[in-house]
Design a protein around this ligand. Sequence first.
Ligand code: UD1
Ligand code: CA
Length: 465
Amino acid sequence: MPTSAARPAAVVVLAAGQGTRMRSTTPKVLHRLCGRPLIGHVLAAVEPLGAERLVVVVGYGADEVAAALPEGAETVVQAEQNGTGHAVRLALETLPSLDGPVLVLYGDMPLLTTATLRALLAAHTGDLTVLTAHLADPTGYGRVLRDDGGWVTAIVEEVDATREQRAITEINAGVYVFDAIALRAALTKVSAENAQLEEYLTDVVAILGGGVAVTTDAAEVDNVNDRAQLAAAAGALRDRLLREAMRAGVTVVDPATTWVDATVTLAQDATVEPFTVLRGTTSVAGGATVGPYADLTDTVVSEGATVRASTCVGAVVGADATVGPYAYLRPGTVLGPRAKAGGFVEIKSSTVGADSKVPHLSYVGDATIGERSNIGAATVVVNYDGVAKHPTVIGDDVRIGSDTMLVAPVEVGDGAYTAAGSVITKDVPAGALGVGRAYQRNVEGWVARRRGAEDATHDDEGAAQ
Ligand code: UD1
Ligand code: CA
């Protein structure tokens, strides 16, 4: 029954192949680019269509692929890859009462957009609508045969094509909308009598008496077969993501050296400096600058903050806070407004309150630092006793002297100081000075007694002791 299809009754994603040319033990559709596996990009493009059912045909590495799918996706195992027609036939067996438009596509087309799929669905009024593209080099693809009126009459695989047919540059993308009932009937008539001895889904086109084509950009229909194509697709996707971001008001100083995952959020008036990699759920707010050389994963960068040449994973950088150069913020790090994590500073599972600073060469772990406190250079929070991690609490307006060891669990009260070089093993009350080091004594005249008056004044090459 022909239906005009804004919303597909089902989406069938073919992903059973190993992808031999990937030369990998990982199933092809699980190879990653721009923050998602190949199939994740396809499912993200499909998701807004609101299909009632989503069936993924899995085969090679079936369990691994199934485990990577979102909730709500059903899988059908195709134990032997007997062809695209066979794969779709198995999928329809799990959808026995399916009626209406069914979208069929592959799990290895990361550049396909929702807009193109919507255009395909919008054009679908009969039994078949197929996505095509014109390629300068159509080698390897099925060719689209049309009659004088432009009606698609058949698709012929390259290996089965005549010389004249091979000269056709309009190719079958492998993305179709079918009427479910017509498709089910047609698939019973598909045989494996062809050069590859496979059940071709493409044979359905002629069996159905042809259909309508929607033609799209060559770039969108690229499917990934080897790792060179994976890198090329990643570059194309990156370019697209950055172009969209720039059009939305993000400054990207050097798109060629910038990588963003599809899952990253960049707000208007964010600035991304060169050689920056933004991954996962990272977000950069307006007025914030990341890079040069920032590598951020699942990190929130708030308004006006700056992150230079640093690695951050699972961190929150507060408004107008500054990070780096050469900081390493690990999961659970929260920098408050105007806080600072400076050079060669590592922080994990810790909160640094508003206006507090960890400027130089420090390790802070499992600590809570209040507001307006300063952590002197080379401070180490000794959070691990070899068995368990312990907390450290530092109040507001604290001054931790340089090279302090804070041996957790320990607390330093509001307004307290620690003397430089201290090993702090006991709590320091508010307003107190904690001193935990040997007192200095000067031994007068020691050098002359030890080495003789003459030597001591000489500028010789001997090192002082
Ligand atoms: C197929 C089309 C061809 C089209 C091309 C576009 C057929 C017969 N040919 O060719 O017209 O130009 O795609 O890329 O349909 N798969 C399964 N089970 C199988 C076979 C394939 O799940 O038994 C999956 C693969 O994992 C892959 C996709 O279907 O994701 C396409 O299979 P592939 O073998 O690459 O098809 P092509 O021969 O390239
Ligand atoms: Ca292919």
